[in-house]
Design a protein around this ligand. Structure first.
Ligand code: MG
Length: 244
């Protein structure tokens, strides 16, 4: 026996304190961290979205094939070919994505190394060259675009690999009605930049965000904003509750 059956019930739970019958979590083998030279290994239960080889998990947002390049283990935006998105759709999730803006510093503000990662195809975490590059706060690197600046600027230099770890709670709708909003926690290069913030709605430009009802799952979308931003080591874990 390695638990108790005589203790009090936890509030809002079907389990007792130290409940002997409470199921043990399944085992996940952790991955390894990336270095500049080499992407790390994802945890054992991750769904691999890009592992350096091909774009088989992706389609163009226009429904056509992906026209971005795969070169030296990186997926590279081919400017003018449009956004891409995953074939599979996701709701609550943990997303890991690595990206690098071009070494050659070109343009300024929103015009330098712009891309973005959209959860459910709608909620953008901004990708931008934010190293010695000034732009508006809610549009800078790691901003939840148009809503929240990151808590700090944790950018690496152009050309260096950077990481986002995004913890996303999908919004819930009942018919047309919003039941609960989306929440995001974001870690940029190991630094917390958003701590469970409530999203105001889907990402828009120069307008107020609002929610439009959508299905409970959506694709991960990557933005073609005219800059050859590189990506590597993209993986996702679907999140479930304690008893699922
Ligand atoms: Mg963007």
């Amino acid at each position: 026996m390695c638990g108790h059956d005589e203790t009090l019930m936890l509030p809002n739970s079907k389990w007792r304190v130290h409940d002997e019958k409470r199921p043990l979590p399944r085992i996940v083998t952790p991955g390894t961290c990336s270095t500049q030279d080499k992407p790390g290994r994802p945890p054992s239960d991750a769904i691999i979205l890009f592992d350096g080889k091909d774009t088989s998990k992706w389609i163009g947002c226009d429904g056509g094939p992906v026209r971005w390049k795969v070169e030296n283990g990186a997926l590279i935006v081919e400017p003018g070919t449009g956004d891409i998105q995953t074939k599979q759709h996701f709701g609550d999730c943990q997303l890991h994505i690595e990206w690098a803006v071009p070494v050659e510093v070109k343009g300024k503000g929103q015009g330098r190394g712009n891309s973005g990662v959209f959860l459910m195809g709608r909620y953008e975490v901004q990708i931008l060259d934010g190293y010695n590059n000034i732009t508006y706060a809610d549009g800078m690197t790691a901003a939840i675009y148009g809503q929240y600046p990151p808590l700090v600027n944790a950018c690496r230099k152009p050309g260096e690999w950077q990481t986002y770890d995004i913890f996303f709670v999908a919004p819930r709708f009942e018919g047309e009605k919003l039941i609960s909003p989306a929440y995001m926690t974001v870690v940029h290069n190991g630094v917390l930049v958003h701590h469970h913030v409530e999203l105001l709605g889907q990402t828009v430009h120069r307008r107020l965000p609002s929610y439009k009802p959508h299905p409970p799952k959506g694709p991960v979308r990557l933005q073609d904003h005219g800059s050859p931003v590189r990506f590597r080591n993209i993986w996702i874990r679907e999140l479930k509750g304690y008893d699922e």
